[in-house]
Ligand binder design. Structure first.
Ligand code: FAD
Ligand code: UDP
Length: 416
C-alpha cells in the first residue's frame, strides 16, 4: 500500500485515537508503533509539503539523490534502533570520512595520528603521538577541552594547533560563538582520536537506506491506520486551553476541530512555537544550503570536506560518496550557518544548548506537564542535539508506554 494522504479540512477527528505532529523519525516511529502494536488510528499533521522531517531526500534536476535538510549519515551502537529501521528498508554499509581543508591541504577529521603527520611533519608527529599515547593511552578519544587543560608543552602545542586550525573558525561560523562559548558537549562530538582510523564515526552500525530516506519513511508510514495531512501547521489547527489567564498558566486541553482531543498527542515541533513564543523565542541556528552540479563523476575525495580555516561556508558534502549512486555528473552542497531570526522563512536546525537556554526551554515544557496526554518528543520539542538513532530509541520507548497504556485500557474496557 501507499501512504494515505488527506486534506485536513476533510478529517473527522473522531476517527482517530492519536495525533502526531511532525513526520521526522520522532513522529513517524511513534505513529507506526501505535498503529501496528495497538491498532490505534493515527493522524499525522505535518507542516511541510512532504514527510521525512530533516531526513527528506529526493532526486535533483541532474538525477542525483540529494538531502534537502542537511547531510544525514546513520550511525549507531543501538542494535534495537537499527533493527527497527531495517524493517522498512535495505541498507548499504557506508563509513563516513571527513577531511578538513587546511589552506588547500586535506587532513582527516577527527584530528588523528595521520592528521598530525600532515600538520607537524612525520618526525615531530612521531614524538607528539608518543606523548599523547603516554598521557591518554593508544586508540583513545580526547576532547579539545581536555587537551587544552594539559600543562605539558608538547600537548599544549597539539592543543593550540587543533584549537586554531580545526575548531576556532569552524565553530565561529557554525554557532556565531567561540569553542569556549559553546556547550562542551558540542565540540566533544568531534574529539581528537589517537588512532590511524580516519572514519568520522566508529559506531557498530553505519550506513544509508538503499533507496534513500524518503523511501524508508514512505514504507514506515504506509499503514491502514495512519493518515497524513501535509501542509498543515499544528499551531493553526490546535486550539490551546489553559488553567487560567496568567502567563505561566498550564495547558488544560488541546482542542482540534472544536473538541478537546483526549487521546495521545505526540508533538515533535518546537515548543516555543506552540505557545506562540509567549516567553520569547528559543534561540536556534538555521542553515542555508547551496547546491552545485558538475559534469564530472566526483568533485571531492570523500563525503564531506570541512572548511576549518577559510571560506564563509562550514562544509561541502558530495552525496554520491554517501549514497553510492553511479552517475556521470555530481551534485555538491555548501552549508552556510545563520542566526535564526524569522520562523516564517527559516528552519530551526540546531538548538543552542547552554544553561540559560535550557532554563528558557524548561519554562515552556512546564506548561505541558499538566496535560498527561501531551508528549513532547524529538530534537525540536526537547530542545536537544539528538542524532537520528537516539530519536528512534526515544520514540520506541514512548510508543511502548502509550501502547501499553492503550492496550491495558482496552483490556479493562472489555472486562466490564
Ligand atoms: P525533525 O526531523 O526535525 O522532524 C520534525 C518534523 O516536525 C518536521 O517535518 C517539521 O516540519 C515538523 N513540524 C515542526 N513544527 C510543526 C508544526 N507546528 N506543525 C506541523 N509539523 C511541524 N543525525 C544523525 O544521526 N546523522 C547525521 O548525519 C545527521 N546530520 C544532520 C545534519 C544537519 C544539518 C542537521 C540539522 C541534523 C542532523 N542530524 C543527524 C540530526 C537529525 O536531523 C535529527 O536527529 C532528526 O531530524 C530528529 O528527528 P525529529 O523527528 O526529532 O525532528
Ligand atoms: N567542529 C569544528 N570543526 C570541525 C568539526 C566540528 O569546530 O571540523 C565543532 C563545531 O563546533 C561543530 C561541532 O564540533 O558544530 C560538532 O560537529 P559535528 O560534525 O558533530 O556537527 P553536525 O554534523 O551535527 O553539524
Amino acid at each position: 500500500m501507499a501512504v494515505q494522504y488527506s486534506d485536513f479540512t476533510d478529517i473527522d477527528i473522531n476517527d482517530f485515537d492519536a495525533v502526531v505532529v511532525g513526520s521526522g523519525f520522532a513522529g513517524a516511529v511513534t505513529a507506526r508503533e501505535m498503529a501496528e502494536r495497538a491498532d490505534m488510528r493515527v493522524l499525522i499533521i505535518e507542516k511541510r509539503a512532504q514527510i521525512g522531517g530533516n531526513m527528506y531526500d529526493e532526486y535533483d534536476e541532474a538525477g542525483i539523490l540529494v538531502h534537502r535538510y542537511g547531510p544525514h549519515i546513520f550511525h549507531t551502537n543501538d542494535g534495537r534502533a537499527f533493527n527497527y529501521l531495517r524493517q522498512f528498508s535495505g541498507w548499504i554499509g557506508y563509513q563516513h570520512n571527513v577531511l578538513a581543508d587546511w589552506y588547500g591541504t586535506y587532513m582527516p577529521v577527527p584530528f588523528n595520528k595521520n592528521s598530525m603527520e600532515i600538520a607537524f611533519g612525520k618526525e615531530r608527529a612521531e614524538h607528539l603521538i608518543e606523548k599523547l599515547i603516554d598521557t591518554f593511552g593508544d586508540e583513545r578519544k580526547v576532547t579539545i577541552n581536555e587537551l587544552r587543560e594539559q600543562d605539558d608543552p608538547d600537548l599544549r602545542e597539539i592543543a593550540d594547533f587543533v584549537y586554531k586550525n580545526v575548531f576556532l573558525y569552524y565553530t565561529q561560523k557554525q554557532w556565531g560563538l567561540t569553542p569556549e562559548e559553546v556547550d562542551p558537549s558540542v565540540t566533544a562530538r568531534v574529539p581528537v582520536f589517537i588512532s590511524r582510523d580516519n572514519r568520522y564515526f566508529q559506531d557498530q552500525y553505519q550506513g544509508m537506506p538503499v533507496k534513500g530516506y524518503t523511501a524508508l519513511f514512505e514504507e514506515m508510514l504506509s499503514h491502514d491506520n495512519i493518515e497524513v495531512c501535509l501542509n498543515t501547521d499544528a499551531t493553526s489547527v490546535f486550539d490551546l486551553e489553559f488553567a487560567d489567564t496568567s502567563e505561566d498558566a498550564q495547558l488544560s486541553a488541546i482542542k482540534i476541530k472544536g473538541q478537546a482531543f483526549e487521546g495521545p498527542i505526540v508533538y515533535t515541533g518546537p515548543l516555543d512555537e506552540l505557545f506562540l513564543a509567549r516567553f520569547g523565542r528559543l534561540p536556534y541556528r538555521s542553515l542555508d544550503f547551496v547546491y552545485e552540479t558538475y559534469d564530472e563523476e566526483y568533485k571531492l575525495p570523500c563525503g564531506t570536506v570541512n572548511f576549518t580555516v577559510t571560506e564563509d561556508y562550514t562544509r561541502i558534502t558530495e552525496f554520491k560518496h554517501m549514497t553510492a549512486q553511479k552517475a556521470p555528473s555530481t551534485t555538491i552542497m555548501k552549508e552556510y550557518s545563520r542566526a535564526y531570526t524569522d520562523p516564517e522563512t527559516q528552519i530551526p536546525y540546531y538548538a543552542i544548548i547552554n544553561d540559560e537556554n535550557n532554563a528558557h526551554y524548561e519554562r515552556y515544557r512546564r506548561l505541558t506537564e499538566s496535560l498527561p496526554n501531551f508528549h513532547p518528543l524529538g530534537r525540536l520539542a526537547e530542545y536537544r542535539y539528538y542524532n537520528m538513532d537516539k530519536i528512534v530509541g526515544l520514540a520506541l520507548d514512548l510508543a511502548r508506554e502509550i501502547v501499553d497504556a492503550h492496550n491495558a485500557g482496552a483490556a479493562g474496557a472489555s472486562e466490564k
